[in-house]
Design a protein. Structure first.
Length: 118
């Protein structure tokens, strides 16, 4: 299983970005797909997840109402639409996958840097 993340960049506060993560070797429609982030000097934290079988979504309190996770099954890709970005959203963002909505994520992408200037 390979996950290829892209879409990071440098934006100003209150702007938007969309991250993409394309999977190979696993169908996103049959997986739990997640986004995590890690800021300098901090632990990696959960951002959002989507259950591919029924599109149920989960969000951390820090991003709820600003970020939206979605999938495109035809492209086997998961997206993270990030609106109203804040300086504290600056981090390396990772996509991850697991075969069910329980257990650990067992596949990780390489990370994409998001930097928000205030």
């Amino acid at each position: 299983v390979q996950l290829q993340a892209s879409g990071g960049g440098l934006v100003q506060a209150r702007e938007s970005l969309r991250l993409s993560c394309t999977a190979s070797g696993r169908s996103v429609s049959r997986s739990m797909m997640g986004w995590f982030r890690q800021a300098p000097g901090k632990e990696r934290e959960f951002v959002a997840a989507i259950r591919g079988t029924d599109y149920i979504t989960f969000y951390s309190d820090a991003v709820k109402g600003r970020f939206t996770i979605s999938t495109d099954n035809a492209k086997n890709t998961v997206y993270l639409q990030m609106n109203s970005l804040k300086a504290e959203d600056t981090a390396v963002y990772f996509c991850a996958a697991k075969p069910a909505d329980y257990g650990r994520y067992d596949s990780w992408g390489q990370g994409t840097q998001v930097t928000v200037s205030s």
